[in-house]
Design a protein around this ligand. Structure first.
Ligand code: XIL
Length: 380
């Protein structure tokens, strides 16, 4: 009987706070559940529930560290494996910030998502200012991937190898590889796909156990950008490239519509034999000059989080669902999107939002009723 209940919860997540408490446990009020809820322990065995994590609050804020440890069983270093931090000069690798995160995860029985190896953003000046031939760019990228993936060999279960390599439909020139912005793709503009494919091969050689992902935003629904990824994924698989997964970042905003083709989109990648993953979920909203979100905004936000998790629960090869930070206190959103905020599942004062309870309820109800799943073990 779990499935009808689950369906009800998905389609009416906005009312999950009343329905959920009546239908799952009529005697336990949400406030009382503050002590007993844990996303990681409610999650089905083959679904990791993750968060992005940063070293600074980890060392300064006990409640942040406690929540990260008790609620999640997967961790993504928010910035510490990006080129500008981990490879600040051509001959210098700086592993220590990433190791802080990996050690935290290991100490708390959590798995680690690696993020990221080939991206146009957060690169150091020696990369952005380089004037490489393709051969030189390939050598630099191979050294980086071999060194970084090799350093963490056996400690990372999913790697975002290539991040945001396609433009958006609204960018000049439409959906196309970011040859103009990504220094590696630019150097190898004659055959950028060959470089992307080799990046996956190098990562696979360095750690054959890690599942290797393409990852991007604005690919939640079936649209021109996710179509481009679908075509690329088909080509990579036909070429025998060790591509193992497609990551949907899912940085949503309440001011935008929600594309309900999400699940069908994930299913078409699943049908290629790839894993899928929600890798950076958050749901921001305009503040309209208010100090706090309205109840209506919080309910809508909960519904969006719920729809993301439900899609993952319903797709057999979706083995990780990661939120991009869990506290508004440390979220990247207000610093990046002017006039927008409140994107995470807990408030600045630490209180749990409706979105948290929606996730917890969906996980709790999913456990017994889940459809047969692929095993997580191998890269494909
Ligand atoms: C963001 C981090 O959260 C910020 O702290 C940083 O200043 C910029 O990058 N897509 C990604 C992530 O793949 O790496 C980005 O993370 C958010 C968008």
């Amino acid at each position: 009987m779990a499935r009808p209940l689950k369906t009800l919860l998905i389609t009416s997540v906005a009312v999950v706070s009343c329905l959920g408490s009546v239908m799952t446990n009529p005697t336990v009020a949400q406030a009382d559940r503050q002590d007993v809820g844990s996303l990681r322990f409610q999650a089905p065995i083959d679904l990791k529930v993750g968060t992005a994590l940063s070293p600074a609050p980890l060392s300064q804020d006990r409640s942040y560290a406690d929540f990260a440890a008790s609620q999640f069983n997967s961790i993504t270093p928010e910035n510490e494996m990006k080129w500008e931090t981990i490879h600040p000069a051509q001959t210098v690798y700086n592993f220590s910030p990433a190791e802080t995160i990996v050690s935290f995860a290991s100490a708390h029985g959590q798995m680690v998502r690696g993020h990221t190896l080939l991206w146009h953003s957060q690169n150091p000046a020696w990369v952005t200012q380089a004037a490489w031939t393709c051969e030189e760019a390939r050598a630099v990228l191979q050294d980086h991937i071999t060194t970084v993936v090799g350093h963490f060999r056996g400690e990372i279960y999913q790697w975002d190898v290539a991040n945001e390599i396609f433009h958006d439909p609204w960018d000049q020139g439409g959906v196309r590889l970011r040859i103009d912005q990504n220094p590696f793709l630019r150097a190898c503009a004659e055959d950028p796909v060959a470089l992307i494919e080799d990046a996956f091969r190098w990562a696979h050689e360095a750690d054959p156990g890690a599942v290797l992902f393409l990852n991007d935003y604005n690919v939640e629904g079936i649209n021109a950008k996710s179509d481009a990824y679908y075509a690329l994924a088909q080509q990579m698989l036909a070429d025998g490239v060790p591509l193992g997964g497609f990551g949907l970042q899912a940085h949503l905003g309440l001011q935008y519509g929600f594309d309900t083709s999400l699940q069908d989109n994930m299913k078409r990648f699943d049908a290629l034999g790839l894993q899928t993953s929600i890798t950076e979920a958050d749901v921001r909203m305009p503040t309209y000059g208010q100090d706090n979100p309205s109840e209506e905004q919080l309910a809508e936000q909960a519904a969006r989080y719920g729809a993301l998790l439900q899609a993952c629960l319903d797709v057999p090869g979706c083995h990780s669902f990661t939120v991009w930070g869990f506290s508004d206190r440390y979220s990247w959103v207000p610093g990046t999107f002017a006039g927008q905020d409140w994107a995470t599942i807990t408030s600045r004062d630490g209180s749990l939002k409706p979105a948290y309870w929606t996730l917890l309820d969906l996980l709790t109800n999913a456990t017994p009723g889940r459809s047969p799943r692929h095993d997580m073990g191998h890269w494909r």
